[in-house]
Design a protein around this ligand. Structure first.
Ligand code: KPL
Length: 307
């Protein structure tokens, strides 16, 4: 039986990397993007093996077309609901849907809105950036995990997702405890992303200065209190965050990049999710809440003002 094509929704750095690697692995891949013309010549993948151009069809997100049986959704958390609504009419019954993004909560909204779709959740340690809109650089290797989403997927959907994504040649494993991985990633992003966005600095700056280390420690103490309230294990989080900040020292965090470009950020699905889930238990996180409000204001200040 022919394997159905993968549709990659959102060809940012990671979406582009997955699309290119799946295509190189011999899988039929379609890009679902806002501006297909930008991909008229396909996607360029730059990695240790060299630079390769891969011809991939690109369609508009809301284009009518063949039913979609495999969807890898890599748009940002705050874009998920609208992007998913645009492709939902094309989804085949029992479609395999994988959400790969920073933050938490987007899948809940999608399931609450949607018919019987059962998106799986994914998180990755792969690194990528874009040299140009259709030119992806594979910058870091590491495993990707898939796990259950808010609505139970069938065994066949899980197997199709795992096998399908492994055709990329990347390491992809199943983890029933994907939520724990997503919380751990969120905890790191909740410290690095808003601070670097507000301070307009690279990740490494937080680890290089005593003031940065103190801020990170104070935020991580709040996160650990939140984790305890949520019944999750507290960890040596500040050390981990500072290690990530140092290891990605030259990087501009995704939130800093969004703020610099005047784009909306993922703050509501990172800090906002943490603050809301904890507030529901009666615990306030004043430092995280302040950062949440400052990033929201920063985005509002960047938005065009109606005359
Ligand atoms: O995930 C990241 C992001 O920028 O969103 C970190 C870990 C902070 C690396 O830049």
């Amino acid at each position: 039986m022919d394997t159905p094509p993968w549709y990659v929704l959102g060809a940012g750095a990671l979406g582009g990397l997955w699309a290119a690697r799946l295509a190189r692995g011999g899988v039929a891949v379609h890009l679902l993007v806002r501006d297909p013309a930008a991909y008229a010549d396909g996607l360029v993948l730059e990695d240790a093996a060299g630079t390769q151009r891969l011809a991939l069809p690109a369609e508009r997100i809301d284009a009518a077309g063949a039913p979609i049986a495999r969807l890898l959704l890599t748009v940002k958390a705050h874009q998920t609901r609208a992007a998913f609504a645009a492709v939902a009419p094309r989804l085949a019954p029992g479609a395999v849907i994988v959400l790969l993004q920073n933050g938490m909560g987007a899948a809940d909204a999608l399931v609450a809105d949607g018919p019987a779709h059962a998106p799986l959740l994914a998180t990755t340690t792969l690194g990528a950036w874009r040299r140009a809109p259709a030119h992806v650089v594979h910058a870091g290797d590491g495993p990707t995990w898939l796990g259950p989403g808010p609505r139970a997927a069938s065994a066949a959907q899980r197997a199709a997702a795992l096998d399908g994504l492994r055709a990329s040649g990347f390491t992809v494993d199943w983890d029933d405890a994907i939520e724990a991985r997503l919380w751990d990633k969120l905890a790191v992003n909740a410290a690095i992303n808003p601070l670097t966005a507000l301070l307009d600095c690279r990740n490494g700056a937080l680890a290089e200065h005593a003031e940065g280390r103190a801020l990170v420690s104070a935020l991580c103490a709040e996160t650990n209190a939140a984790f305890t309230a949520l019944g999750r294990p507290a960890t040596a989080l500040a050390e981990r965050v500072l290690a990530v900040a140092a290891a990605t020292g030259g990087n501009v965090s995704s939130m800093c990049a969004d703020v610099r470009a005047g784009r909306p950020t993922e703050i509501d699905f990172i800090t906002g999710h943490l603050v809301a889930r904890t507030a529901a238990l009666g615990l306030e996180l004043p430092r995280h809440r302040l950062l949440l409000e400052m990033i929201r204001l920063k985005t509002a200040l960047a938005a065009p003002v109606d005359a």
